[in-house]
Write a protein that binds this ligand. Structure first.
Ligand code: 9YT
Length: 130
């Protein structure tokens, strides 16, 4: 059994910081679960252009509000606590957090990320063995 505490993982090697977001990776590829599990904070007012061509991702909003824009359809979906989105078609999207406070999201990736990925220019993560 694996038991980890978000508060203990903060500011360790599990916690990665980038432009407009930071993320605590509670489960990574090496844990052998077949997916990775992250608690990601989208900073207040951030606008993130993403396209996970190599991964499926689902995201559940725990706190904060914002929106996700589906770039295939142009649809703008409000995000608030309780809303989940799944990028089942590797959907190209823009995630926006409202300006008043950060959005806290629980995210699962399949295949799991190893922890070493950085966002590529096209908004994707490369596969480790690609
Ligand atoms: C909300 C969202 O898209 N999270 C992605 C995960 C985060 N960028 C990470 O941990 O790499």
């Amino acid at each position: 059994m694996i038991v980890r505490d978000l508060n203990e993982a903060k500011n360790t090697e599990r916690h990665v910081f980038s432009d407009g977001w930071d993320s605590v990776r509670l489960l990574l590829k090496a844990d052998g679960m077949g997916f990775s599990f992250h608690i990601t904070t989208i900073h207040a007012g951030a606008e993130l252009h993403m396209h996970y061509k190599n991964h499926l991702e689902c995201v559940y909003c725990v706190d904060g509000t914002g929106s996700i824009e589906d770039l295939a359809t142009g649809r703008l979906h409000p995000i608030r606590p309780g809303v989940m989105y799944a990028l089942d078609k590797h959907d190209k999207h823009i995630l926006r957090a409202d300006a008043d406070k950060p959005m806290v999201m629980a995210c699962a990736f399949n295949p799991p990320v190893s922890g070493k990925e950085v966002h590529q220019a096209d908004g994707s993560y490369a596969l480790e063995d690609a």
